[in-house]
Design a protein around this ligand. Structure first.
Ligand SMILES: *Cc1c(COP(=O)(O)O)cnc(C)c1O
Length: 400
């Protein structure tokens, strides 16, 4: 029992903070959206600095138009059957369009979590590594949606958790096992990234399978919005799967896995046996319309322009506020405060002054390392961003 997770322990440790957030009206905030800001019924307005849509595409008119057009087309319905048997032409075409744009085989799921839930146990079984069960290594900071599959994976093969970005540990494991599968985030939601250069190097030497969730950098980073990890692997090799949420910077809905173009065996196995991918429905007609719309935007200069604005905003922030992530082109910054109580007070003060910035505390970060997670956005006005930076610095003087 509790070999891979301990939910009650997590609740006991984290619930005080969540309750405090609720008591301070910093959770369950109900809003409407208008012109770049959020509005509550009581008239309070604020910038959303916890948005994972770093280029603001969730409000793109082009995406919305394509969504409406797709929905109104009577040929498109949500087919109430496993897509393994019957697939809508719309779904088929959207997967094809994604595959062409991302130069790989794109497999769509209803969410990134659903893809991981299906694919990770399949990797654990050995089905994707010539029927040899790999030692499965999860980075300790892997996203919740992957960690939650550990018990299922652990029933198929040996599962271990490695220290964050511990490449020596990984290489030792590669030396001592026929196959190793390494599970990690590309860009981590708490800042930083996986050492992709090293991973590619290890893959050349050993039987190392990579499953990397790069939800936080798709669209927001890199040429054509290919994201962080992809910039190290132009052609996705046979031993790699990259997975993404399409709800984040991509500005649509659903999840996408990218697989090597010629590995038809693995593609078939995933389509047939990766849990929710086979049995559940594809993204809805509305989601598929948004994906088409987002691809439309991706084919224009818009992504480049918004990425540039994001970089300018990051540079401005870095020139005013000290963080360990200073200088990175990935959009997350962690402002260390330390004490949880002070962190909550700072977060409340920022909210009252027009910025929702999330307070992060244990178990999201280590004990005593509580702080603010600032998620930069290309669309925030520079004047308002400066105001946010001053507010943060004033609060740090008061509470740190
Ligand atoms: C948000 C997030 C997810 C969840 O994505 P869904 O598409 O909503 O399931 C998965 N992985 C990471 C790294 C995330 O940040």
């Amino acid at each position: 029992m509790n070999k891979y997770s301990n939910i009650l322990k997590m609740i006991n440790l984290a619930d005080v903070c969540w309750q405090t957030l609720l008591d301070n009206n910093l959770s369950n905030v109900i809003v409407n959206y208008k012109d770049g800001k959020y509005y509550t019924d009581s008239g309070h307005s604020f910038y959303n600095m916890v948005s994972v849509s770093y280029l603001g595409l969730e409000t793109s008119e082009i995406i919305k138009e394509e969504e409406c057009k797709t929905l109104k087309n009577p040929l498109n319905i949500n087919i109430p059957t496993s897509k393994l048997r019957i697939k809508s032409k719309l779904f088929y075409n959207v997967e094809k369009e994604l595959s062409e744009y991302f130069d790989a085989i794109a497999l769509l799921g209803s969410s990134c979590s659903a893809l991981s839930e299906g694919i990770l146990p399949l990797i654990a079984s050995g089905a994707l590594t010539n029927n040899i069960k790999p030692l499965m290594i999860f980075d300790q900071f892997c996203h919740f949606s992957m960690n939650i599959t550990k018990p299922g994976c652990g029933d198929e093969t040996k599962v271990v958790t490695a220290k964050h970005n511990d490449m020596d540990f990984l290489e030792e494991a590669c030396k001592n096992n026929d196959w190793v599968a390494y599970i990690a985030d590309g860009a981590y939601s708490m800042g930083g990234h996986t050492p992709m250069e090293k991973l590619v190097e290890l893959q050349k030497k050993y039987n190392l399978f990579l499953y990397i969730d790069d939800s936080h950098s798709l669209t927001a980073y890199g040429d054509k919005g290919y994201g962080y990890v992809r910039s190290f692997m132009k052609e996705i090799n046979e031993k790699t799967i990259f997975t993404y949420s399409l709800y984040k910077s991509f500005g649509a809905a659903g999840g996408m896995s990218l697989v090597n173009k010629s590995n038809t065996r693995n593609i078939k196995l995933i389509e047939r046996y990766a849990g929710p991918i086979a049995w559940s429905q594809p993204p809805t007609v509305s989601a598929l319309g948004r994906i088409k719309g987002s691809l439309k935007v991706h084919r224009t200069e818009e992504i480049n322009i918004r990425q540039q604005r994001l970089n300018e905003n990051l540079e401005l922030f870095d020139s005013l506020v000290e963080t360990a992530q200073k200088g990175s082109k990935l959009p997350i910054r962690l402002v260390l405060i330390g004490n949880e109580e002070s962190t909550l007070k700072v977060s409340k003060n920022l909210f009252d002054n027009g910025f929702y910035v999330s307070a992060v505390f244990f178990p999201i970060v280590q004990k005593g390392k509580a702080g603010l997670r600032v998620m930069m956005n290309s669309e925030i006005d520079k004047k308002d961003l400066k105001k946010l930076c001053s507010l943060i610095n004033e609060n740090l003087l008061k509470y740190k």
